[in-house]
Design a protein around this ligand. Structure first.
Ligand code: ZN
Length: 149
């Protein structure tokens, strides 16, 4: 396995990261700034992209305390579906291993659900689990007043 790059969660990927990963990692990393008020990720949490000869790209969260998951990613997905996939994997990791609720639906207590935009392959949204409605574009958490469901 060859590590291509590691970079901070909320920073843009370095130039050697393939372009396909720029939108997903930038947008999901930006949303990771909006953790619950008393929560934080372990020190040194970062993105890690590596390449496997047979299975392709592995994207992961790495950290000095061993925080880690890897996701076999298909970089040929359009940006919207790839962003939703990365958001879902990161959410699974953060809720399952760090025991953080991220991100929480405004006005409800459940988690938001990531999904690609059915009409626009460039975009993905956080949805309310109850109403099924898209509330915030992935990457824009905290950017404005939440839509009321
Ligand atoms: Zn909701």
């Amino acid at each position: 396995m060859r590590t291509i790059a590691t970079w901070p969660l909320d920073a843009p990927p370095p130039p050697d990261v393939p372009a396909e990963f720029r939108t997903p990692c930038t947008r999901v990393g930006r949303d990771l700034r909006h953790l619950p008020a008393d929560a934080r990720l372990p020190d040194g949490a970062h993105w890690e992209l590596s390449e496997e000869p047979w299975s392709g790209f592995l994207l992961g969260l790495g950290g000095t305390l061993g925080l880690r998951y890897t996701l076999e990613v298909d970089p040929y997905l359009p940006p919207g579906p790839l962003t939703a996939l990365v958001a879902e994997q990161v959410q699974d990791h953060v809720t399952g291993y760090e025991f953080l609720q991220w991100p929480t639906c405004p006005g409800h207590v459940h988690l938001l659900v990531p999904a690609p935009d059915p009409d626009d392959g460039e975009r993905a949204w956080w949805h309310c689990r109850r109403s099924g409605r898209p509330l915030v574009r992935i990457g824009d958490l905290g950017a404005g007043p939440p839509a009321t469901a």
